[in-house]
Ligand binder design. Structure first.
Ligand code: 26M
Length: 813
């Protein structure tokens, strides 16, 4: 039982140093005297990682013995964030590592900066997946996350002449110490080909095969022995893909083309977070993920069970949006074609196995795939989809006879203008549970987007409000605040029981506590200021109100509304220096490379920032910065420094939002609309501690239906007219007529309709800021009442309402 792991589990300084130096010697082939900082980083990472391996081994043993129900999370995206500091903390070796490195003449902080985050996601959906895995492990729930190991993650964003420029994110370029490659578990994935019938059974004969090669990363729980894994698949060429004839004829370069084609499947993450349907490679990625993962899930099941009748009792597969929805026909294909179960049994197992989380309401973001493309790539899956649809529409017919319109709306196939497969319908039909990600979102899903399904199967629909990891977004990102909280609450129990933060509410008016709270915020702002200065040259005042709008760029998130506010503030301050409190406005976020309209908004923000920051009339009063390359690491820097959190999407558009939770948890006060989880946030922190503005979802829908005239609003509001005129006159750069046209034409996202209410809310925020005692009390109350937004609560909700999976404790060594 004391096996080989004995070498690397010691947590004394002597043991840690011995292993670090040994890793440097045997893994990097060097010694402390001649090691580069990169050598030290890689050896440190391996030393820390090894301290989790023993826990992982015991976790696997405990799961094998308990044969529990396992949660399999299927997601095309994960944004895990940097691993080094997390794993130092989860293994309790941070202090030891710091001391050992110091003794060796290097600083942990410098070495830790070599840690690279794997940015294998676009934004909220991928980061949610990472927070849920963290909470699953912390709750001792047996779980595996499945995903794709993209060679290139989400592009790195640079700002050149005020515009976004995308650069490749070769995240593993210097090595990838957190990954365990698992070459032995390679799995073949088929594409194209035809369906053959032998002895009355249909079987798919693929024309092309690609290998999926897994590697895993460890997902430790906090304060527990459990270490789960995330298994990421990478495409490798099957040696058969190599064109042997070309090769033998000396055309080796040509022969290699096939290899490249296969391996392209996991080459790059698609950087669009709403529309990218119709790209063959994207559909290939989705099937690649699904095929490899289901094979692995079935293999794991067979390690412990022999009878298919218990499959759904031992397995729940959560679909993170529709990206892995091909898992439904793929499981049917495995059960019916490969394992020869009858259709009805297979269908019952499939439905009981899957659950589906929807992350959007935007109709343009609902995935559909052209039938012609689907048929060429996955001919047998198309037959299965048709068969599922047949049974499904028969059920609709028997319950609502003669309602042809309803059948058309519920069909898995959209007929016009071209035949396409509706992935959300496939996911709903193939699952026993469907959830939205905030109360409002789940309600609107059932009332609008999926209303017909909710009428058909009301019992399938539920809500699970998102949450965030307090370990990453408070303890790791904001150690100063975490220390203050632990001091006052008398321990770190709040880290796994976030409702304990309520104990801070009694201190909200305590002037000494307030003073310490403000010192923490100010120190965090100094850290942010140092980074911003190095990255952009802009100097920030740590005493100014730090007002942040950080998230992916999307028109519905209304970065432009924030910018109109900035332009108006600039105007006002030129006339009256006391018109606003000293304020720093921080924008950060990436735009999909093909999303022209929001790339223009990024340009305009940079144009405004340049003018404002160069204007001596507002120096020390207003500063605007666009911080490039927003990612998890950058969020960990910005979020702890924020005073004001901008959550200003048009009501009814943001499914949940999770940045809103991270910011409130760190004591930022929200200015926000009644959208997504903002509503629940306001309910919990209290209306007095939240600056609400804007139309609600029902009103927004009504305005959009009526004849909304943005031009009239602009004409009747002089400040708004002045802001638009400032954009028009070219002072922020010539040619922003297109931006103005979208506002004055359709103004799809009601930016002008909400402008005045937004400015009023900002004025109210400024008034509160002028009274530090009042503001600090609001800030403290935000943190104190955020417990609900812990990912631990989210996982507990999934467990109780959907997964019904029990924890399996892992015994200590
Ligand atoms: C789809 C097809 C092709 C290429 C990319 C995609 C795609 C990728 C990511 C589509 C959507 C993607 O992400 C959507 C997303 O991040 N949604 C956000 O999910 C969060 C977690 O639930 C919510 O908090 C946000 O409100 C929601 O916008």
């Amino acid at each position: 039982p004391n096996g080989p792991a004995l070498r690397a589990i010691g947590t004394t300084a002597a043991e840690f140093e011995r292993d670090l130096v040994s890793n440097l010697y045997f893994e990097r082939g060097t010694t402390m005297e001649s090691a580069s900082a990169q050598d030290v980083y890689q050896s440190l990472a391996v030393t820390v990682r090894d301290r989790l391996v023993d826990r992982r081994a015991r976790t696997a043993t405990a799961h094998q013995a308990a044969n529990p129900r396992c949660v399999y999370y299927l997601s095309a995206e994960y944004m895990l964030g940097r691993q080094l500091r997390q794993n130092l903390q989860y293994t309790g070796t941070e202090e030891v590592a710091r001391d050992v490195l110091k003794g060796l003449g290097v600083s942990l902080d410098e070495i830790a900066d070599f840690d690279v985050e794997p940015s294998l996601g676009n934004g909220g959906l991928g980061r949610l997946a990472a927070c849920l895995l963290d909470a699953l492990a912390t709750a001792d729930i047996p779980a595996v996350g499945y995903g794709i190991r993209y060679d290139l993650g989400l592009f790195r964003q640079a700002i050149v002449d005020g515009a976004q420029v995308e650069r490749p994110d070769d995240w593993a370029f210097d090595g990838s110490p957190w990954e365990f490659p698992q070459q032995d578990d390679r799995q073949a994935v088929g594409f194209y080909g035809r369906v053959e019938v032998e002895a009355g059974r249909r079987r798919w004969i693929p024309e092309e095969t690609v290998l999926g090669e897994p590697s895993h990363m460890l997902v430790p729980g906090y304060g527990t022995q459990t270490v789960n894994i995330v298994r990421l698949w990478r495409a490798r060429a099957d040696s058969d893909a190599f064109n042997l004839a070309d090769f033998a004829a000396g055309r080796s370069a040509e022969a290699v083309q096939e290899v490249l084609r296969s391996e392209n499947i996991s080459k790059v993450l698609y950087p669009a977070d709403s529309t990218e349907f119709g790209r063959e490679l994207r559909l290939k990625q989705q099937y690649f993920l699904v095929s490899c993962s289901l094979w692995d899930i079935v293999r794991r099941f067979h390690l412990r069970n022999s009878d298919w009748t218990v499959f759904a009792d031992k397995t729940v597969i959560q679909l993170n949006d529709t990206h892995p929805a091909l898992a439904v026909p793929e499981l049917m294909r495995l059960l019916v074609d490969e394992y020869e179960l009858d259709w009805d049994t297979a269908w019952s197992i499939t439905r009981r196995t899957f659950a589906y989380t929807c992350h959007t309401l935007l109709p343009e973001a609902l995935e559909t795939w052209p039938v012609a493309l689907f048929e060429r790539l996955l001919p047998r899956h198309l037959e299965i989809v048709y068969a599922i649809n047949q049974t499904h529409l028969d059920e609709v017919e028997s319950r609502f006879p003669g309602d042809g319109d309803l059948r058309r709306r519920l069909s898995l196939i959209q007929e016009e203008p071209e035949r396409r497969i509706r992935m959300a319908h496939l996911a709903v039909v193939g699952s026993h549970a469907v959830n939205g990600v905030a109360e409002l979102h789940s309600r609107l899903l059932a009332e609008t987007t999926l209303a017909d399904f909710a009428r058909l199967w009301p019992e399938r629909f539920r809500n699970v409000t998102n949450g965030v990891s307090p370990r990453r977004f408070l303890r790791l990102a904001n150690p100063r605040l975490a220390a203050l909280i632990s001091e006052r609450l008398g321990g770190e129990g709040w880290l796994t029981d976030l409702d304990q933060l309520r104990g801070l509410a009694a201190l909200a008016g305590d002037s000494e506590f307030q003073r310490r709270w403000r010192v923490v915020k100010r120190d965090n702002k100094l850290d942010l200021a140092a980074y911003v200065r190095a990255a952009t040259g802009v100097v920030l005042d740590p005493d100014a109100l730090c007002d942040v709008h950080v998230k992916r760029f999307h028109e519905y998130k209304r970065q432009l509304l924030k910018l109109l506010h900035v332009i108006t503030l600039h105007d006002r301050l030129r006339a009256d220096p006391g018109a606003d409190v000293p304020r720093t406005v921080v924008f950060a976020g990436k735009a999909a490379p093909s999303y022209h309209a929001v790339k223009r908004i990024i340009q305009l923000i940079n144009g405004v920032a340049k003018v404002v920051n160069a204007d001596p009339a507002v120096a020390g009063r207003l500063t605007v910065v666009f911080l490039p390359d927003y990612n998890v690491t950058r969020a960990e820097l910005i979020v702890p420094a924020a005073d004001l959190s901008e959550q200003i999407s048009l009501a009814g558009k943001e499914a949940s939002g999770t940045g809103n939770m991270k910011l409130a948890l760190n004591g930022a006060v929200t200015v926000g609309t009644l959208d997504g989880a903002n509503i629940e946030l306001r309910d919990r922190v209290g209306a007095d501690n939240f600056f609400l503005f804007g139309v609600d979802a029902a009103c927004a829908a009504e305005v959009r239906r009526g004849d909304y005239r943005p031009g009239e609003i602009a004409g009747s509001d002089p400040e708004l007219a002045a802001a638009l005129a400032a954009i028009a006159d070219g002072r922020y750069g010539a040619g922003f007529g297109d931006v103005l046209d979208t506002l004055l034409g359709r103004d799809e996202y009601l930016t002008l309709a909400d402008y005045r209410a937004y400015l009023d809310a900002q004025d109210a925020a400024a008034a509160a800021w002028r009274d530090p005692a009042r503001w600090t009390a609001m800030s403290i109350r935000n943190t104190a009442h955020c417990g609900f937004f812990s990912a631990d609560r989210t996982v507990a909700d999934y467990r109780d309402r959907i997964w019904h999976a029990d924890p399996v404790p892992v015994p200590p060594r």
